[in-house]
Design a protein. Structure first.
Length: 546
């Protein structure tokens, strides 16, 4: 059976989208005559990679990842096929070296595949690089151009520069980022990040929740206000409105502590918005008002939750960065990856090698900091283009090392399922993270280390106890929201509301966000709002789960 015949059979299972199939047909229709089956398969895989949020497919690595066969069915499909007694169709992938050689040299493929050398002068639908990675042309162009632009920003000098002597900078850094006793850490990473953002045009600050990313930004704003001698225009942007509002609120909360130290950031011209609003969204268009030909009017652009920004949007942000302006990317490389194409923040962190610094940076930091420069790790190989531009904040003030959440997140990030399951034993930390009533630690541990999805429905039968545990007269819900509901002042009500959330794994279903919000609103309305329509309206506007 030919490759095309096998793919046709596989398509009947639904694992090949119509978009991928039609794209492959388009590619082969424009290729030279010949045996195009291997080209057809490669085009499908390149399209599917984008559908899976990847910018390319590594044809050489694919063979190892898929154990030499295609496709890689998910557990749900395998379970359904097993129950129906109908094995799912699969096919052997071509031998990687011969496959890449064919795509690179065969006349049938030459009409539709170009190389990095000629992707601009002779553009074609697909781009095959020397490592055997196959791209859709659009995403290769985005990736290549973004890399070039970021290297240019990283090498440039920030405008306005910090016009101050070393002593003044050192004093300001010490006031804003004082030394703190952190067991096991010799470096004040917040101070390193603040210095890097002051010195560089491009700074990538990554770290988990509670590591002080926002603290670094507020400190930088204070530094620039004092050292640059002019009013600066600042954009604070994030992929979602909620994230942008949270960043703006966090900076507002820092104003009073900074003022007590003699720093004033209220004079800054700060605009907080979504990324789309910052760039100037145009209805029914993929283009924005601000682009490479109409730059933003800004001295500093801060993008929070940068891990959520896909490749095309990051390219558009960088297009709009004006000459000399500082660009700061904040985020956690281990969470909230973009649901669209590209893992930009993670790739940048990998390329920049956060935590490694050149001798010049280490000497400059030593001159303005209490810590000697040689406490900073040096580069282990030749400096990369983004060396000195990336700082990883190591210490979480919200979840200190050894705490339940810190231990569990480390286990998840390193892929240790059994270790993550063992961490459940530490979950019962009142006020931080605790299971809903009705669950035992053994229940949670069993779910955490479940190896196959087919076991989950049976185990979730116990979840029917959740409504009783939450919604009874003396249940968790009323205990937690009583302070909020009985608050007399809006500020007190909002402060109480921020103290409790129910985390949901899904939006839909009996234990999803929508259903739980409906039940919560119903219970709270009955208990507290029978004769209080204003309270009922207030409840209806709240999102009580995540």
């Amino acid at each position: 059976m030919s490759i095309l015949d096998q793919l046709t059979t596989i398509r009947s299972t639904g694992v090949i989208s119509d978009t991928a199939w039609q794209f492959a047909k388009f590619v082969c229709r424009h290729a030279a005559d010949g045996d195009n089956d291997r080209l057809f398969l490669a085009a499908i895989l390149a399209s599917q990679a984008v559908e899976s949020s990847h910018v390319c497919v590594d044809l050489r690595q694919l063979h190892a990842d898929f154990d030499g066969s295609y496709p890689h069915y998910d557990a749900d499909r395998l379970e359904a096929a097993d129950e129906a007694g109908m094995p799912l169709p699969s096919m052997k992938l071509p031998e990687p070296k011969a496959w890449v050689s064919y795509l690179r040299n065969d006349p049938a493929a030459s009409n539709v595949i170009c190389t990095p050398r000629d992707y601009r002068s002779a553009p074609k639908p697909l781009v095959l690089d020397r490592e055997g990675r196959l791209y859709l042309h659009r995403y290769y162009d985005f990736e290549r151009e973004l890399a070039t632009q970021l290297e240019g920003i990283a090498e440039g000098e920030p405008v306005p520069a910090a016009n101050a002597d070393t002593t003044t900078v050192a004093t300001a850094l010490t006031m804003l980022f004082p030394a703190q006793a952190v067991p096991g850490w010799d470096v004040n990473w917040q101070k390193v990040a603040g210095f890097a953002a002051l010195k560089n045009r491009l700074t990538i600050i990554t770290g988990g929740p509670g590591t002080g990313k926002t603290t670094v930004v507020s400190g930088l704003l204070a530094l620039l206000t004092r050292l640059c001698g002019q009013k600066l225009k600042v954009y604070l942007a994030a992929p979602t409105g909620k994230a942008a509002a949270r960043l703006s609120q966090s900076l507002a909360e820092q104003q009073e502590p900074l003022a007590e130290k003699g720093f004033d950031i209220e004079s800054l011209d700060i605009t907080a918005s979504t990324v789309h609003r910052m760039l100037g969204y145009k209805h029914h268009s993929i283009h924005f008002r601000h682009d490479a030909t109409n730059k933003l009017d800004a001295d500093l652009i801060v993008v929070d939750e940068a891990s959520m920004v896909p490749l095309p949007m990051m390219k558009r942000i960088v297009d709009a960065v004006p000459y000399g302006a500082r660009l700061i990317l904040l985020g956690d490389r281990h969470q909230l990856a973009s649901i669209e194409t590209g893992y930009v923040l993670g790739d940048l962190c990998e390329a920049a090698r956060p935590g490694e610094f050149s001798a010049a940076f280490r000497d400059a930091f030593a001159a303005v900091a209490d810590e000697p420069g040689d406490t900073l790790p040096s580069v282990t190989t030749a400096p990369a283009a983004l060396t000195d531009c990336s700082v990883q904040l190591m210490y979480s003030w919200r979840f200190p090392p050894g705490s339940a959440i810190d231990t569990f997140s480390l286990a998840v990030n390193t892929g240790g399922d059994l270790h993550a399951g063992a961490c459940i034993e530490e979950w019962q930390t009142p006020g931080i993270l605790e299971p809903l009533p009705g669950y035992t630690k053994d229940d949670l541990k069993d779910r955490a280390i479940t190896a196959h999805w087919k076991h989950v429905p049976e185990r979730l039968r116990g979840a029917q106890r959740i409504p009783d545990a939450l919604f009874s007269q003396d249940g968790l819900l009323l205990r937690r929201y009583r302070t909020y509901l009985e608050a007399q002042e809006p500020v007190a009500a909002l402060a109480a509301f921020e103290q409790f959330r129910i985390l949901c794994a899904t939006r839909h279903g009996p234990h999803g966000v929508y259903e739980l919000n409906r039940l919560i609103e119903e219970v709270l309305s009955l208990d507290y709002c029978t004769d209080r329509p204003a309270e009922r309206r207030r409840l209806a506007k709240l999102d009580l789960t995540h």
